[in-house]
Design a protein around this ligand. Structure first.
Ligand SMILES: Nc1ncnc2c1ncn2[C@@H]1O[C@H](COP(=O)(O)OP(=O)(O)OP(=O)(O)O)[C@@H](O)[C@H]1O
Length: 251
């Protein structure tokens, strides 16, 4: 088995008397989609915050690509290749899709484009941004403003922005939220393509999408991982079936 890209060990977090993450241990391997599912309020988003570095765990460790990153700030983790997909609200509506992604490339690269002549620097920025748009299937709308994109295309744009960070691992918090059936199908196809390039930790409520995509699934209930397993293991797990998902979700 390859070394894990991401390794959580005994991660715990309380907000006052409320335990939001309780002794969470899990791994994400290169080229794997590891999905986190669980009922509302189970602690999925706060777990993502702790991994990305916007929230400090009270206890436990986070190792990324063999390095202990538990104490590193968000930007340092991002530079190491831990990219969180941002919500639509971070997209600049008046900018084109290309400009939105170019901003992310520029933010990642800092001053490295400064040493190129302005025109060459801009061309290099745009080339990278175009490549990210192509990966998520948005190449043909690169010059359209973000405001003019459909909801599904905006979700694709978020993915392109995350990819522009040059990640090794993508943290995706509900990438299918609000997408219609056709858009969902398209996004599932894109996420499947992305798996060959990155490890993915996926938080998603759409159970059919999770079952279509995940290599492994961890079930989070009240901040605790009650089981980690393959799609078949999770579908058939009695505690998962009865505890909270309901039979319909697992059909
Ligand atoms: N900053 C905070 N201060 C206090 N409590 C918080 C804070 N952030 C989240 N919580 C609480 O922590 C618990 C876990 O929330 P979280 O958003 O991680 O759950 P979730 O599994 O992502 O839920 P959903 O599926 O609804 O998005 C909830 O009870 C929430 O109210």
């Amino acid at each position: 088995m390859p070394d894990p890209l991401l390794e959580l060990h005994g991660l715990s977090k309380n907000f006052g008397a409320l335990t939001v993450t309780s002794d969470v241990s899990l791994t994400v391997l290169p080229g794997e989609i590891h999905a986190i599912i669980g009922p509302n309020g189970a602690g999925k988003t706060t777990l993502i915050h702790q991994i990305s570095g916007t929230l400090r765990p009270d206890r436990g460790t986070i190792r990324f690509a063999g390095q202990d990153v538990t104490a590193l700030p968000f930007e340092r983790r991002a530079r190491l290749g831990l990219a969180r997909s941002f919500q639509i609200t971070s997209i600049v509506p008046g900018f084109t899709a290309l400009e939105n992604v170019a901003l992310a490339v520029q933010a990642r690269s800092g001053s490295s484009f400064r040493f190129l002549r302005p025109v060459a620097g801009e061309a290099a920025l745009n080339d990278e941004a175009r490549a990210a748009l192509d990966i998520v299937g948005l190449g043909r709308v690169a010059d359209r403003t973000a405001a003019a994109l459909s909801h599904g295309e905006k979700r694709q744009l978020e993915l392109a922005i995350a990819i522009a960070m040059n990640p090794r691992l993508l943290l995706l918090d509900e990438p299918l939220a609000g997408a219609g059936p056709e858009e969902t199908e398209r996004l599932i196809g894109i996420l499947r393509e992305l798996r060959s390039r990155y490890g993915i930790l996926l938080v998603e409520h759409d159970m059919q999408a999770v079952f279509a995509l995940a290599d492994r699934i961890s079930v989070l209930v009240y901040g605790r991982v009650i089981v980690t397993g393959t799609v078949d293991e999770i579908r058939g797990h009695p505690e998962v079936r009865t505890a909270y998902l309901g039979e319909d979700a697992l059909a």
